[in-house]
Design a protein around this ligand. Structure first.
Ligand code: ZN
Ligand code: ZN
Ligand code: ZN
Length: 324
């Protein structure tokens, strides 16, 4: 994510800021990827701390308008969970717009979101995250940091985050947008396998027997080995993590020996992200923290990542990437 400038005083401002230290109100415009100080606020500005400007002539912003179902705000904790979930969603959507997805010039279909809580006025619920025919269901429970840590441990997924959930589920949606093309499907199947294999059977097998020995030689995560659709979603989500990591490093002026960030081609940008992951792990260890990017990338997995990176760069199919 880039670091922005206050339009009034030019101080640096961050993506989630509602106002600048100079007291100017800040409104994020996802089309220009910048802030203005005089926008029409999204109708969820007060309720959810949404700092995006409303769509022209509409009440809600580009992100809030995609939420079709949300938790009941008057049930305990739901409002805070919903607000934090929307913050993760805005982050992921802002990144995707930089790659050309769901921007004004993108006339293709958009996903809709159902953000569901485990706590409802009629009792406990257990919404399952997933994507089906353009609808993305997100369980807001893990927007609570303690719940997230608890599930991260239970599921043994050290990289589990709300931003990651959005990137994974939206990647399923993007597959449905990309898979209309023959060249895409041919290359996809040669790398990931046949996605028409029975999904229910594959998942059942995965939950019974696990990923199996040697999964990391061919897959980015254990879950990616469950089915080609999950392999795509897991791998594409990693590309979105790594491109964002590289954009953030670029924004703070970081360099690494032998690497100047800001390459315009997607593959190089991805590889810069991977180098940064290694560097970030090394820095985290110096503070006694766990690895920020706890993955070892095998050659086959790198091929898959490069394919996903190329495909996700919708903005310029010739491979040019807009530096974030
Ligand atoms: Zn300012
Ligand atoms: Zn909004
Ligand atoms: Zn999935």
């Amino acid at each position: 994510m880039k670091i922005f400038e206050c339009p009034e005083c030019s101080s640096p401002v961050y993506f989630e800021n509602m106002r600048c230290s100079c007291a100017s109100e800040l409104f994020y415009n996802p089309e220009t990827a910048g802030f203005s100080s005089q926008g029409i606020a999204c109708a969820n500005r007060e309720l959810l701390s949404c700092n995006w400007a409303a769509r022209p002539g509409e009440a809600l912003c580009d992100s809030c308008v995609m939420t079709k179902v949300h938790p009941e705000p008057d049930v305990v904790q739901n409002l805070a969970l919903w607000a934090r979930t929307e913050a993760s969603k805005r982050w992921v959507l802002a990144n995707l717009k930089q790659l050309g997805w769901f921007a004004a010039a993108d006339t293709g279909p958009r996903p809709s979101f159902e953000l569901l809580s485990e706590t409802t006025s009629t009792g406990a619920d257990s919404p399952v995250m997933g994507h089906l025919a353009g609808k993305i269901i997100i369980n807001v429970a893990e927007a609570d940091p303690a719940t997230l840590v608890d599930r991260r441990e239970k599921m043994q997924e050290p990289f589990r985050t709300m931003v990651g959930h959005f990137r994974h589920e939206i990647s399923h949606f993007l597959f449905s947008r990309l898979s209309g093309s023959h060249p895409f499907l041919t290359r996809f199947r040669s790398l990931f396998g046949d996605e028409t294999a029975d999904y229910g059977d594959a998942l059942q097998r995965y939950y019974e027997t696990g990923a199996g020995e040697g999964w990391s030689d061919t897959h980015i995560s254990e879950y990616a080995s469950a089915h080609p659709h999950e392999d795509w979603a897991e791998t594409a989500a990693h590309v979105l993590h790594l491109l964002d990591l590289r954009d953030s490093a670029n924004a703070v002026g970081m360099t690494l020996p032998g690497t100047r960030f800001g390459a315009h081609d997607t593959r190089t940008a991805l590889n810069e992200g991977l180098d940064l992951g290694v560097a970030l792990n090394h820095m985290n260890r110096s503070m006694g923290l766990d690895d920020a990017y706890p993955f070892v990338i095998a050659p086959i997995v790198r091929d898959k990542l490069e394919f996903c990176a190329e495909q996700l760069n919708q903005k310029n199919r010739t491979g040019k990437l807009q530096p974030g």
